[in-house]
Ligand binder design. Structure first.
Ligand code: ZN
Length: 262
């Protein structure tokens, strides 16, 4: 069973476009077989659906096929393309909120964190040096009891679970610590933080994270660059911020989103 089950393509890792393509292929296959023998078609359909359920795909190589043939527009339906404002769009202007509350200041041709805010952010971040400290702030941010929160580090991601279900995924522990520290710092900085709509809170925290100049874990410098990333069914350019000392990925966003915003 362990050889058949493909955890990298199932569970939280299940890729919806790949699954949809496979379900369509399975239905087409069963349909063709049904022309010859309906009972055999039933068996074919059962085996095919079981395969998709357990392995995440039916036809070997479909993550590859999906990447090549599904247009971005279709992938966007499954949340695979981060079109600007497409996901969970809420009419809340993150940048103007940060600007209005003095969290960011205009530094000529760039927006940077105000130095007092940066200081309180760093104090909060360096205090988050244990899982217990992270759990305490996470439970405050998520408004759930600390004993319901847990974390799973897996290679290139940091997942946060509530009652055992994945609630969200960050680029790394450093990225999550940054968001917790930003939540702490914003809570102290402005009374308006509590009235930011829930759906815009994550974006606000990420915006602060994108402005960081030092790593929230080790205080190393952060390098900004572009690179090509392959997910299971597509390949794309990302703008990534990485700590030069501990190599933690602080931020990653689709390069086209950045280009569109400029
Ligand atoms: Zn670092």
């Amino acid at each position: 069973m362990t050889r058949i089950r493909r955890p990298e393509y199932t569970g939280a890792n299940r890729c919806l476009p790949c699954t949809a393509v496979n379900l369509a292929l399975a239905a087409a296959l069963a349909g063709v077989v049904a022309l010859v023998s309906p009972p055999v078609a039933t068996v074919v359909a059962a085996v095919a659906f079981a395969s998709i359920y357990v392995r995440g795909y039916l036809v070997p190589g479909t993550p590859e096929l999906t990447r090549r043939y599904l247009p971005d527009r279709v992938l966007a339906w499954f949340g695979k393309v981060d079109a600007p404002g497409a996901s969970g769009a809420v009419d809340f202007d993150v940048v103007s909120f940060l600007d209005r509350s003095g969290v960011v200041v205009d530094d000529g041709d760039d927006v940077v964190l105000a130095s007092n805010f940066e200081h309180s952010f760093e104090t909060a971040a360096f205090a988050l040096d244990s899982e217990a400290a992270m759990t305490a702030v996470a439970s405050d941010l998520l408004a759930v009891d600390p004993d319901r929160v847990s974390f799973v580090a897996s290679g290139t991601s940091w997942r946060v679970l509530v009652d055992g279900s994945v609630l969200g995924q960050w680029e790394s522990r450093a990225a999550f610590v940054a968001d917790l520290a930003a939540h702490r710092a914003l809570s102290e900085w402005t009374g308006d933080w509590v009235s930011v709509p829930d759906a815009a809170r994550g974006r606000t925290l990420s915006a602060v994270r994108a402005c960081l100049e030092i790593c929230p874990l080790c205080a190393g410098d952060i390098r900004l660059g572009t690179e090509t990333v392959r997910s299971c069914c597509r390949e794309y350019e990302v703008v990534a911020a990485t700590c030069v000392d501990c190599d933690a990925r602080l931020f990653e966003t689709d390069a086209r989103t950045v280009a569109a915003a400029e």
